[in-house]
Design a protein around this ligand. Structure first.
Ligand code: NAD
Length: 338
């Protein structure tokens, strides 16, 4: 039996191309992985009549780990978002997005190395909203923040910091205005911080945080925040280091996790083998770290860094003209070199 059994979703648009490049890198590790291929998204609709077949959810529940290419969200078909549905069905409460500068990527900043931990299940994204009157002249949305989910996400952030040798956790909120919802989140964060005295703790109001991130992103390490603020700040941070082609992400629950790129399926480039495979390659490195293969995680990140710094085998978005597979192959070679 293989050491690891992992669900693999190749995804839509350019997804299968970047997964193909990622496989070159994972094969170069020599790790004993058995892939259980499942469908989700457009490809699944043709075969199963739904973008999220039960088989796929069951496979992830069984294997507890999945690597996923981006999925095109069908518009105007009545199907719900695959990503939101998977997070709910599998109770993946933490969205983890590392943000790191790479030498050789055009960017205003050089020393960014931070991680955003975003609460994935509540806040304004709980979808409790409606029109107030028949004429639809006013609408309201209920912001739900619970002690349970706040404790869970802040504790996750501190444990992540401890396990990954990070020094500081910053809790981001707007408790000065939203005294009940964000007040609760902040109170819980302060209490949980007392359990982790080896990790520095601070809190910041979200508007100030947005400015601080643009002025001095190198001052931050692990950032933990509620759903909407996390969504906005993580895209801001992806912009700090050169864009979407380099941004990996993970959705993590009690004992299940899905690793993927932050970007979407870039359908206009489908079949051209043109897009950057780095985000999914870095997501696969996070996956290996999650499985306990910390050394392989570090080595893949280093191989990506070296390939980007070398600059000869990078895709169009990094100023090169390599194909998706040429870049993946070069990263795999760098990995084998050491
Ligand atoms: P997108 O991220 O797919 O693409 C936006 C643009 O960013 C592309 O046109 C391209 O210029 C650039 N880009 C994205 N990925 C790149 C890469 N790897 N290398 C180089 N350039 C890259 O966003 P979109 O066009 O808004 O969405 C397309 C589809 O993807 C939609 O159906 C959307 O719902 C879906 N989506 C899926 C996920 C997911 O599966 N996790 C996430 C976001 C969007």
């Amino acid at each position: 039996m293989a050491k690891y059994r992992i669900t693999l979703i190749r995804g839509d648009g350019t997804g299968p191309e970047i997964i193909e490049a990622t496989m070159l890198v994972l094969n170069a590790t020599g790790l004993d992985i058995e892939w259980e291929e499942c469908l989700a998204g457009e490809g699944a609709i043709e075969k199963y009549g739904t973008p999220i077949p039960d088989e796929t959810i069951e496979s992830i529940k069984k294997n507890k780990v999945a690597l996923k290419g981006p999925i095109t969200t069908p518009i105007g078909t009545g199907f719900r978002s695959v990503n939101v549905a998977m997070r709910q069905e599998l109770k993946l409460f933490a969205n983890l997005r590392p943000v790191k500068s790479f030498i050789g990527v055009p960017s205003k900043y050089e020393n960014v190395d931070l991680v955003i931990v975003r609460e994935n299940t509540e806040d304004l994204y709980a979808g409790v909203e409606h029109y107030v009157d028949e004429d639809k002249t006013a609408a309201e949305s209920i912001r739900i923040i619970t002690k349970k989910a706040s404790e869970r996400i802040v504790r996750f952030a501190f444990n992540y910091a401890r396990e990954n040798n990070r020094k500081k956790v910053t809790a981001v909120h707007k408790a000065n205005i939203m005294k009940f919802t964000d007040g609760l989140f902040l109170d819980v964060a302060k209490k949980v911080a007392e359990e982790f005295l080896d990790i520095e703790f601070e809190d910041k109001i979200v508007d100030n945080m947005a400015m601080q991130l643009v002025k001095n992103p190198e001052n931050f390490d692990v950032i933990v925040t509620t759903n909407l603020f996390g969504d906005i700040l993580s895209d801001l941070c992806a912009g700090l280091v050169g864009g979407l082609g380099l941004a990996p992400g993970a959705n993590i629950g009690e004992n299940t996790a899905i690793f993927e790129a932050v970007h979407g399926s870039a359908p206009k480039y489908k079949g051209l083998y043109k897009v950057n495979p780095t985000a999914v390659i870095l997501a696969s490195a996070m996956m290996l770290g999650y499985l306990g293969e910390k050394d392989w995680e570090r080595r893949i990140v280093n191989a990506v860094s070296a390939t980007i710094a070398e600059g000869n085998n990078v895709t169009y978005d990094l100023g090169g003209n390599a194909t998706t597979l040429e870049m993946g192959k070069r990263i795999a070679e760098k990995l084998s070199e050491g």
